[in-house]
Write a protein that binds this ligand. Structure first.
Ligand SMILES: [Zn+2]
Length: 212
């Protein structure tokens, strides 16, 4: 994550365009406005509408949906009179038992651990800033966000579920569990949550708070 250079004299941000390297001094943006490069038009900084409250609401919803997605059956398969109930963690465990431990670990990280850590870290930073709490590790949690994002692949997991539906459709009867509905909702809410705040603005807010 490229941290903006914080200026001591004001809350404006000094940023280099990631496309053409032109340096810009960006004044504080009002909610809903986006700063663009004056040379190439690339997006430099965005201040999403709704502020921290909207981001906190979306990440709280995402956390509840992730817990629901892991608390109930995901799919129930009926093959030849046998019934097997699968949950999200069970998908990774099935891959491990099938002799694919590496794939099991990747599926677990990208569908459960990665999204969980990203949501918790985001909420930790957002709540600390919103409530002006002087809690430890806020900067560390904020710096982790960009590292965690590549490990969140909820849509890829869903794609795998759809492929399983098609492949197993003729061999087994499949019943959708509560978790699958929660998971589908989680994909949409997580995408909205990710775009609900600008990490660079949070770095700026941390700098402002620190000077108080
Ligand atoms: Zn540019």
């Amino acid at each position: 994550m490229n941290q903006p250079v914080r200026l001591e004299a004001s809350e404006s941000t000094l940023l280099a365009c990631h496309e053409c390297d032109t340096l810009h001094r960006i004044p504080p943006l009002t909610p809903g406005h986006t700063a663009r490069c004056r040379v190439c038009g690339a997006k430099l900084l965005r201040n999403p509408k709704g502020g921290l409250d909207r981001a906190i609401a979306l990440y709280s919803t995402a956390l509840i949906l992730l817990l629901l997605a892991n608390a109930f059956p995901f799919l129930t398969l009926e093959i030849g009179g046998r019934s097997e109930i699968t949950n999200m963690a069970g998908a990774s465990w099935s891959l491990y038992r099938a002799g694919m431990p590496e794939l099991a670990v990747v599926v677990f990280i990208t569908s459960i651990a990665g999204p969980g850590l990203l949501i918790v870290c985001s909420l930790y930073v957002l709540l600390a800033l919103r409530l002006r709490l002087r809690v430890p590790g806020v900067r560390l949690a904020l710096s982790w966000l960009s590292h965690l994002e590549p490990w969140v692949m909820l849509d890829v997991f869903m794609l795998g579920v759809l492929v399983a539906f098609v492949k197993l459709g003729n061999m087994a009867t499949m019943h959708v569990g509560t978790s699958l509905y929660a998971f589908v909702a989680l994909i949409g809410v997580a995408a909205a949550a990710t775009s609900s705040f600008e990490p660079q603005l949070l770095w700026q807010r941390l700098g402002v708070r620190r000077r108080r």
